[in-house]
Design a protein around this ligand. Structure first.
Ligand SMILES: [Zn+2]
Length: 444
């Protein structure tokens, strides 16, 4: 085990929410996964129509899977496309993924629908997302009796956040909208929350503007808190630097399947995946073979402990690297870094371009420092990178043409392919996506 994190709350509390599980040796994690996988497969095959259909089509049954190796060799994949096709054909709103006994179902929420229709997410009496959030909030330093702010994107408004209360925390809820910022800052000053849940790029842009316009000192607001989780998309280097200058530490979060999350720990060395809850695979995009730790592959998830919505070998479309070595925080569960979405990779003049390759060049231009942009994919293989970039009309130093040329030159220098820039005011670009992010690639 590495260095043990310091317990908050004056040492009254242990350092881990669930030490036995969080620091479990790798061999024990594997044994637990194997046992849970066998139970899951029987349940999913019996109760989730889509899983049965996909496995029958592949000629595989749960009894063929006796080990994780069998699973890797034989289990068929599922994806969002399978779920949508099943739903559209049969009229089942859950796309063949509801395996819940309705007596135990407590609600339905939805994903943001960034890449298509929102996907329903089933909630039970104590969902695994709640168990994991308790561990996560503890990992980030919140302890019983602490206030936390929780910003809910509009598509999750109304979702009950029992897990905060069950962890002993006192959540202060806000809708995800820049208009809430004065109330949010007032609450932060009055209640001194120990954590802020779910900030996003658009909210952080609005905060930066607010602090500049009002002359408010961000350090006075965030002083003493452990930090904030930030999700929706990985933050750009400039945004990270700006927010850290406010005295606010940021912990990246991302989705894992539809019901679990990945959360960075205070060691800031990748986002932890709770592997007692999820079997994660990182697979070569060319042939689906496993890639070694540290190499880029597609993240494929099997949720081991969810009786409501069994995700079995579910393709996430996220390109990631995985590390299974123990973390400096003492936790043994894998850490994941997201490289981008597989579907966001765009081929220009024969070269692959990912959105993150463009970010620094765009943010380096003052009027586009918000880093808002969208690749316009007008063909599968493009001769030039066509890109819509946001700008702040009030921050233009010269003409808009000169700004466009400076962006084009910076981008061509960064990615080495011809670039066509279309400029759109930041405010317009922000309207293109769900409230907490903008889709980075759009069809022409
Ligand atoms: Zn860690």
């Amino acid at each position: 085990m590495g260095s043990v994190p310091v317990a908050a709350g004056g040492g009254r509390f242990p350092a881990y929410f669930d030490e036995r599980v969080e620091t479990m040796p790798r061999a024990d994690i594997t044994a637990l996964q194997e046992a849970r996988l066998r139970l899951l497969l029987r349940h999913a095959y019996e109760h989730a129509p889509l899983i049965r259909q996909v496995w029958q089509a592949a000629g595989v049954s749960p009894s063929d899977i006796r080990s994780l190796d069998d699973f890797a060799a034989k289990a068929p994949f599922t994806s969002k496309d399978h779920v949508r096709a099943f739903r559209d054909q049969g009229g089942d709103p859950f796309g063949g993924m509801n395996s819940a006994d309705p007596h135990y179902l407590k609600g339905v929420t939805f994903t943001s629908g960034t890449t298509g229709d929102p996907t329903p997410v089933l909630r039970g009496g104590r969902s695994i997302s709640e168990i994991c959030t308790m561990r996560d909030s503890w990992m980030l330093g919140a302890r019983p009796g602490d206030y936390v702010t929780v910003v809910r994107p509009t598509f999750r408004v109304g979702h009950v956040n029992r897990h905060y209360q069950e962890a002993g925390l006192i959540p202060i809820l806000f809708k995800h909208a820049p208009a809430i910022l004065p109330d949010f800052f007032r609450a932060a000053r009055l209640y001194r929350p120990s954590l802020h849940y779910f900030l996003s790029t658009p909210l952080l842009i609005a905060m930066e503007e607010y602090f500049e316009k009002t002359g408010t000192d961000p350090r006075a607001i965030f002083d003493g808190c452990h930090g904030a989780t930030v999700g929706g998309e990985p933050l750009s280097p400039r945004r990270l630097e700006v927010v850290r200058s406010w005295g606010l530490d940021l912990f990246e979060v991302s989705g894992l399947g539809e019901s679990l999350t990945l959360v960075e720990c205070p060691a800031h060395d990748g986002m932890h995946a709770w592997e007692d809850q999820a079997l994660i695979e990182c697979l070569d995009v060319r042939d689906d073979s496993p890639v070694p730790d540290g190499e880029v592959g597609e993240l494929v998830v099997t949720v081991l402990n969810d009786p409501f919505q069994p995700m079995v070998r579910y393709r996430t479309d996220d390109l990631v690297t995985v590390s299974r070595s123990p973390c400096a925080c003492g936790r043994t569960h894998a850490r994941i870094r997201i490289v981008g979405r597989k579907s966001d990779q765009t081929f220009v003049a024969g070269r692959p371009v990912m959105p993150r390759d463009l970010q620094l060049a765009i943010e380096g231009q003052r009027a586009s420092r918000a880093g808002l942009f969208q690749i316009i994919r007008f063909a599968d293989e493009m001769d030039a990178l066509r890109i819509r970039i946001g700008y702040d009309p009030a921050a233009l130093a010269g003409t808009i043409e000169a700004h466009g040329e400076a962006l084009r030159d910076a981008l061509e220098g960064a990615v080495g392919v011809p670039v066509e820039v279309l400029l759109t005011p930041d405010a317009e670009l922000l309207k293109l996506g769900p409230p907490h992010k903008i889709p980075r690639v759009a069809k022409a």
